[in-house]
Ligand binder design. Structure first.
Ligand SMILES: [Mn+2]
Length: 430
């Protein structure tokens, strides 16, 4: 395992908190993600279902968790189903977790093999009134791929049509939103590795390099520090490409005089980091680039202060848009008079700042939680104002990960962001 493990107490506590929210006479069943087919005889690297990881710490495929807090047999109140060890399979695929290892990681004592699942399921389901199932309920995402949890939900509803079915996702979402100390430790580690990657980019970037060469420097630093890799496809976008928000081709040349926007983050121990920096390819911001950069940085500094309990993503974003508007007037993009007579259905600022200011972050880079969730202490979100002036070939985004508190904590305050500091560090390039 690449990462330092969280203790089993964390996962046990998560299960206890979840089961305390279930209706009486309920069973909850959580399945792992699929191994996703790639091409030929290859799979994509396995990534665990975030909810299942949160409840067990088990990173292995084909895992099923059953929770039945009121089961008359104490041994059946928590059961984890896993792959039966097979010498031939392990010769090819490597070690699979033993029952003892699973108990040590998760704190679950009843471990069964997957081939016992179908015969044991009636004992759980037929004693329960309610069956709780988890789907990937993410407002930003739909898929026509029938993933494992979806297939299982259809199957069990067909097999037990007279039961009452309930959604696990709202219950786990409420828990995942507020980060515990163990999680913050892992997120900080992901942020630190991300910062090291940025340091490596600053030392290596120069005119004539291709964007993917900068991406390779980032990847190098992640892997050598024990990260799983990127928590999302990194963006290395030079000049006007930075105005394409999800540009990830990363194949253009970085020319003298260009800015390059880098949006990147490590995934460590299944937790994400998410950072954006915008730097001059030749090591020095032009006067106009610096003027625009400092405008975004001022908004960023003001925005960080807004990550306090009681607000929401929507409220915070509205305030940041007002700040950006004023900066845009200062940059000559439009005038105060233009603003007075703008069509509010097509606001002027939106031409230059067309994305949200923040999203929740945790096990997923765009983590559970929607735009009206009221902030509480312990939530982690990104703060990412941006400015995109396509005509001038300028795209700037500055993004750090922020812990909500009465005094918000910037988990990336150690990653250089002041233009003077960035220029200074780039002077010392190899
Ligand atoms: Mn982000």
């Amino acid at each position: 395992m690449r990462y330092q493990k969280i203790t089993s107490d964390f996962f046990r506590n998560n299960r206890d908190r979840l089961t305390s929210k279930l209706k009486p006479d309920s069973v909850a069943i959580v399945t792992s993600n699929d191994q996703m087919p790639r091409s030929g005889d290859q799979n994509f690297p396995f990534r665990q279902n975030s909810d299942l990881f949160y409840l067990t710490g088990i990173d292995q495929e084909k895992t099923i968790l059953c929770l039945f807090p009121a089961h008359p047999l104490p041994a059946n109140r928590e059961i984890l189903f896993t792959i039966r060890p097979d010498e031939l399979m392990e010769t090819w695929e490597g070690h699979k977790l033993t029952k003892d290892e699973i108990t040590a990681i998760s704190g679950i004592t009843t471990i069964k093999y997957l081939d016992e699942f179908n015969s044991l399921l009636p004992d759980l389901v037929l004693r329960a009134e309610n069956i709780y199932l988890g789907l990937n309920e993410n407002m930003r995402y739909t898929t026509d791929v029938p993933y494992r949890a979806m297939r299982f939900a259809h199957q069990i509803r067909q097999d037990y049509p007279l039961h009452n079915f309930e959604r696990l996702s709202p219950l786990i979402t409420e828990m995942r939103l507020v980060k515990q100390p163990e999680e913050l430790q892992v997120i900080r580690k992901a942020c630190d590795i991300t910062g090291q990657a940025f340091g490596r980019v600053l030392k290596n970037i120069r005119p004539g390099m291709i964007e993917y060469e900068a991406e390779a420097e980032i990847t190098h630093e992640y892997i050598r520090n024990g990260a799983n890799g990127h928590s999302f496809s990194p963006i290395v976008a030079t000049g006007a490409s930075a105005c394409t928000l999800h540009y990830e081709t990363n194949a253009n040349m970085m020319n003298d005089g260009d800015l390059v926007l880098i949006d990147f983050g490590a995934e460590y121990g299944n937790y994400a980091a998410d950072c954006s920096r915008t730097i001059p390819v030749n090591g020095t911001y032009s006067a106009r680039q610096r003027q625009c950069y400092e405008a975004v940085l001022r908004v960023f500094r003001q925005a960080v202060k807004l990550f306090v309990p009681g607000t929401t993503i929507d409220e915070l974003h509205k305030k940041v848009c007002r700040l950006m508007e004023q900066e845009m007037i200062g940059l000559g993009l439009f005038t105060a008079a233009d603003l007075e007579k703008q069509d509010i259905n097509s606001p002027l600022f939106f031409r230059y700042f067309m994305h949200g200011t923040t999203h929740f972050m945790g096990l997923d880079v765009h983590d559970v939680g929607h735009r009206q969730v009221i902030f509480k202490k312990g939530m982690v979100l990104t703060c990412e104002p941006g400015l995109y002036i396509k005509d001038e070939g300028i795209g700037i985004r500055l993004e750090n990960d922020i812990l909500v508190d009465d005094q918000p904590v910037d988990l990336m305050s150690h990653i250089p962001i002041e233009p003077d500091e960035i220029e200074q560090l780039m002077k010392n390039r190899l």
